[in-house]
Write a protein that binds this ligand. Structure first.
Ligand code: NAD
Length: 321
């Protein structure tokens, strides 16, 4: 089997490659060529960590495997390492033999940013100019960098529970030559596109703080009990997701569905929009909301392309296993 260590990922994977791997796998999921296994995600009662497994099989790409890992909220402060930690394992679908072990930290950030970017490409208004960020942690910078490539944005606005982290967003905006403004949540009505990427367990963004025509990508809620937006926003919006089963159980839609405000059938797969079997956005006034829960197939797709590149470049470490 091959090992591709975390330190090699930055030199191998690009935002463009992550975007196309994720767009393809979302399309394959909607056409029934690829499916995710049920997610295991547990609060392990140690270091406040959430740990779990996300796996799946892509019959079209012949990618089988899982990502193991999660979120250790004390890592950065206590140990100076990022809070998200994960590893991807790939298996040969013909034999079941282990094929590769790949560092999953940077890949997770790239594939998560690619997911919201895919949603922006397919659901945001073409003339979107102001992007609003809720969250300013590790993933937020990746989200913003990737999102800015999707439309001709002219301004970045941001809110974070911990305002001292907002310079993280200002730095990415500056790199792109754009102004950054810290706003109160009511100020989010200026945004044409909003990304939320926090570890919140309570609604942050109110339904009245989103203007008609906005596309909202809720990217932080990936566990039962987590929440970033008022469930009434999902009533007002057309709701899309990576995987409906995850959206209604561990994603943002868990709350609106649990409270009986919307039904499972109100949540559409983004892959159907990519494949052209769902019309997606139909008017400039419509609020669209992407519930990005993060699926195992995304991880497998980006990991598989990294392994191919690492073998090609002679970087992959081959071990007898
Ligand atoms: P991080 O620790 O670097 O940043 C956390 C962010 O959440 C910061 O902006 C912080 O200020 C904010 N925050 C913390 N506690 C909060 C609270 N109680 N209320 C509101 N905001 C709060 O984490 P990160 O690596 O940037 O990850 C952010 C979130 O994204 C995590 O919850 C993680 O599980 C989730 N995530 C989702 C996916 C996906 O595919 N959907 C992938 C990776 C990470």
């Amino acid at each position: 089997m091959y090992i591709v260590p975390e330190r090699e990922i930055a030199g191998l994977m690009t935002r463009e490659a992550a975007f196309s791997a994720v767009e393809q796998v979302f399309a394959a999921m909607a056409s029934g060529d690829a499916y995710n296994f049920p997610v295991i995600r547990e609060a392990i009662g140690h270091e406040d960590a959430l740990y779990g497994f996300k796996g799946g099989f892509d019959q079209a790409g012949l990618t089988l495997g899982l990502k193991a890992g999660g979120y250790w909220p004390n890592n950065l402060e206590k140990r100076g390492i990022i809070n998200h930690q994960s590893t991807v394992f790939l298996f040969d679908p013909d034999t079941g033999k282990a094929k590769a072990m790949v560092g999953g930290n940077l890949l997770t950030a790239l594939r998560t940013a690619a997911a919201s970017s895919v949603s922006i490409k397919h659901l945001a208004r073409e003339d979107a100019k102001v992007i609003g960020m809720i969250g300013a942690g590790h993933q937020a910078t990746f989200q913003l960098r990737a999102a800015l490539e999707q439309r001709s944005f002219e301004k970045v606005i941001g809110w974070n529970l911990h305002p001292e982290m907002l310079p993280n967003l200002a730095k990415v905006a500056a790199e792109a030559g754009l102004p950054f403004e810290a706003v109160e949540l009511d100020g989010m009505t200026e945004a044409d596109m909003i990304i939320s990427i926090t570890s919140s367990f309570d609604a942050i963004l109110g339904a009245g703080q989103v203007s008609p025509g906005t596309h909202v990508a809720c990217m932080g809620t990936d566990t039962k009990g987590k929440q970033e937006v008022d469930p009434q926003l999902l009533v007002k919006a057309d709701v899309f997701t990576d995987e409906v089963a995850q959206s209604i159980t561990i994603g943002e839609a868990q709350h609106a569905v649990g409270q009986g405000l919307i039904q499972e059938s109100d949540v559409a797969q983004i892959g159907a929009v990519i494949n052209g079997t769902h019309q997606g956005r139909t008017s400039d006034d419509q609020i669209t909301l992407f519930d990005g829960t993060g699926v195992g197939l995304q991880d497998l797709a980006v990991a598989a392309s990294v392994v191919d590149l690492a073998i090609e470049k002679g970087i992959a470490i081959e071990v007898d296993f």
